[in-house]
Design a protein around this ligand. Structure first.
Ligand code: TXA
Ligand code: MG
Length: 325
């Protein structure tokens, strides 16, 4: 096969997984690039297709909360936390890092003793996972370090023939990657903010959630530059937009603006002022910036909403220093 195929045929996708191939599939957060989580060969294909450095662990997706037991070896305390969070937030945009058993291919977890598990909340993902019957290791279906895809067309544009089949499930409802909470230590630890807030996790568990993002980089989403478009990104406020556009334009740059209200600059994209709706549209807007061939995009963040922490996190990463080369 030389070109990836966009389809709604779940049975065909499950067959590709059984043969050890790669399938891109929709979830409520972003599209994933999936392979059989128990197969080392299949999982290696993910790293090759994404250009992702090995050692960056993948999330394993399962159909239902009950299926998690087949992959992890939680101690008593973690089992209590797991049960509570599963009941409150699964299916949904929450990934839990738990001590693992030996079922998963070591390549999928970067040789760690832990595993990231998630039950996605999307009918096509559920159908695929149920039909396949196993766990599906899947990072976001984009080239490493780039903006995650929220439609099948984004996946095709990014990965092209590297993925055999793309399941189309429309545009992802949340639009930002899942919240990641690590449950392997003495306190639940937030590794990445997302659609489930740290406050909601703390309330369900009745204990404080430690912010793990300031420590050593443990999740690839925690690297300084990630989720970045081609254009240089800077974060700014509404009142500074005109001045900054003038300065950058005078320096010869093609500049665009993404903001939660209309600014008198072209090209610009107005996103909703609520962070949840803003987050849903953000990645598509970043792709439009690149489609316009802009050198620089000024981004004004939203001000309120449950997804505010997640949006600010992704914006900071898009604006972060880029790796050399
Ligand atoms: O919403 C999402 O989470 C999407 C969809 C497809 O489910 N997936 C996603 O995958 O964003 P990815 O690979 O782009 O990000 C997975 C993150 C990485 O930052 C990785 O380091 C972290 O999860 N992770 C996975 N397993 C881990 C583990 N055992 N310990 C620590 N971090 C882990
Ligand atoms: Mg990713």
């Amino acid at each position: 096969m030389t070109e990836s195929r966009i389809t709604v045929d779940v049975d065909a996708a499950a067959d590709v997984l059984r043969r050890g191939g790669l399938v891109a599939f929709p979830t409520e957060t972003v599209y994933g690039l999936g392979a059989d989580a128990a197969s080392s060969t299949a999982v290696r294909g993910i790293f090759a297709a994404k250009g992702r450095p090995t050692g960056h662990p993948l999330i394993v997706h399962v159909a239902a909360a009950d299926d998690v037991d087949a992959w992890c070896a939680p101690d008593a305390r973690q089992a209590v936390w797991l049960d509570r969070l599963a009941a409150a937030f699964w299916p949904g945009p929450l990934t839990l890092i738990l001590p693992r058993n030996n079922r998963v291919a070591p390549e999928a977890v970067g040789d760690r003793r832990s595993i990231g598990l998630r039950v996605p909340d999307h009918p096509v993902a559920t159908a695929l996972l149920t039909t396949f019957g196993g766990g599906v290791a899947a990072p976001s279906a984009n080239r490493f370090g780039r903006v995650s895809p929220t439609t099948a067309a984004h996946v095709a544009a990014d990965l092209g023939p590297a993925v055999e089949l793309i399941l189309d499930g429309g545009s992802s409802r949340v639009g930002l990657e899942s919240t990641i909470v690590e449950l392997t230590g003495s306190a639940p630890t937030l590794l990445r903010p997302g659609g489930v807030t740290a406050a909601a996790v703390a309330e369900v568990l009745g204990v404080e959630v430690v912010d793990g993002r300031s420590g050593p980089s443990r999740a690839s989403g925690m690297l300084a530059s990630h989720y970045a478009p081609d254009a240089t990104v800077s974060i700014t406020g509404l009142d500074a937009v005109d001045r900054e556009v003038a300065t950058l334009t005078a320096g010869g740059a093609n500049v665009g603006v993404i903001a939660p209200e209309s600014v008198g600059v072209r090209p610009s994209w107005v996103l909703p002022s609520d962070a949840d709706a803003y987050g849903h549209e953000l990645y598509a807007a970043l792709r439009r910036v690149d489609a316009e061939g802009l050198d620089h995009v000024l981004i004004v963040p939203p001000e309120h909403g449950d997804l505010l922490a997640a949006v600010l996190d992704r914006l900071a990463k898009a604006a972060g220093p880029r790796p050399a080369g």
